[in-house]
Design a protein around this ligand. Structure first.
Ligand code: NAX
Length: 335
């Protein structure tokens, strides 16, 4: 069997990782023949809980899991990693301003960007899940460069992508496999734009566009978009905790597709540093439709999709929010 991959998961004692680490270790991300060394990072205060997670992983008796290494030291965590799931972040506490939350997280991702540059393999692939995910990834990429290419750092919008796919499947009366090529544009936040203009639905044996399959333009341009944008808040209200199982599954899908490539004629949504496509300024960590080549493990933004006036307005709004977050984050980095 191949040499083990070294995979780092941060925030490993938290909610999302409780689902995530099992999925990784059982082979759903890197395949059933790929041995793994899992490095689990959390803060020192969480070290007892982290040990508990390690004990449970050991007790799962998973053949692919060659090593589990719990750490509370950042430098040690990033050493030689092939893939990093950056889930750990400062949670929002009561009375905390959005600005304070951003500043606290920016410090974490500045430091982790530096640790990546210092220790990780130059080919490392990184997914940032911790919020504000796009801006955290932007800062992480800035401090990991030039040793680690910014192209190797991404933020997760796959949960939003999966939510949009599931909403369309339910409305069209088909199963998930019958829906492909939805797009999440922009920020993982309330300004994201879930776009189905270019999506395909397989209904009754023939591929049709989502508008025809759903047959309700008003719903697609209204309720559908706000359901996807607000799904996270609705889950918090119901569970009193934020999405964890679905977030972990989405992180696995994201890295699975980066590792194995996207299927023919299929794209997925990932926040990546813009190359200038669709008028989004270079470097902004923006969610785009991307395809991934399995051999090079390099993503490409899907080109040539038409953007109508309705879509352009939504793209502008989410871009503006991302630029404001970036400027605030850069100021916090100076402090
Ligand atoms: P939890 O609070 O359950 O877990 C977070 C863990 O991270 C804690 O164990 C904490 O000690 C640890 N941590 C904090 N600072 C750290 C640091 N500097 N290094 C390593 N570990 C650190 O949160 P959970 O529900 O697991 O959510 C984690 C993050 O994902 C949050 O920021 C959340 O907002 C974000 N989400 C992002 C989503 C996305 O689609 N991009 C969706 C789900 C989720 O809301």
């Amino acid at each position: 069997s191949p040499a083990p991959l070294r995979v780092l998961v941060t925030g490993a004692a938290g909610q999302i990782c409780y689902s995530l680490v099992y999925q990784i270790a059982s082979g759903s991300v890197f395949g059933k023949d790929q041995p793994l060394e899992l490095v689990l990072l959390d803060i020192p205060m969480m070290s007892a809980a982290l040990d508990g997670v390690v004990m449970e992983l050991v007790d799962c008796a998973l053949p692919l899991l060659h090593k589990v290494i719990p750490v509370t030291d950042e430098k040690e965590a990033f050493k030689d990693v092939d893939y990093a799931f950056l889930v750990g972040a400062m949670p929002r506490r009561e009375g905390m301003e959005r600005k304070d939350l951003l500043a606290a997280n920016v410090k974490i991702f500045k430091s982790q960007g530096r640790a990546l540059a210092e220790g990780a393999k130059s080919t490392t692939k990184v997914i940032v899940v911790g919020n504000p995910a796009n801006t955290n990834a932007y800062i992480c990429a800035k401090y990991a460069a030039p040793k680690i290419s910014p192209r190797n750092i991404s933020a997760m919008t796959r949960l939003d992508h999966n939510r949009a796919t599931a909403q369309i499947a339910a409305k069209a009366g088909v199963t998930i496999d019958d829906v492909k090529n939805v797009i999440i544009w922009g920020n993982h936040s309330g300004t994201q734009f879930p776009d189905v203009k270019h999506a395909k639905v397989n209904k009754g044996g023939s591929a049709t566009d989502a508008y025809a399959a759903v047959g309700d333009e008003a719903w697609l341009k209204g309720e559908f978009i706000s359901v996807v944008q607000k799904r996270g808040a609705v889950i918090i209200a119901a569970r009193k905790l934020s999405s964890a199982m679905s977030a972990a599954k989405a992180a696995c899908d994201h890295i699975h597709d980066w590792h194995f490539g996207t299927p023919k004629d299929t794209w997925v949504s990932m926040a990546v540093p813009s190359d200038g496509s669709y008028g989004i300024p270079e470097g902004i960590m923006f969610s785009f439709p991307v395809t991934i080549d399995a051999a090079t493990k390099d993503w490409k933004i899907v080109q040539g999709l038409s953007i109508d006036e309705f879509a352009q307005g939504k793209l502008n709004a989410t871009l503006q929010e991302l630029q404001e977050e970036r400027d605030e984050a850069l100021r916090a980095c100076e402090e």
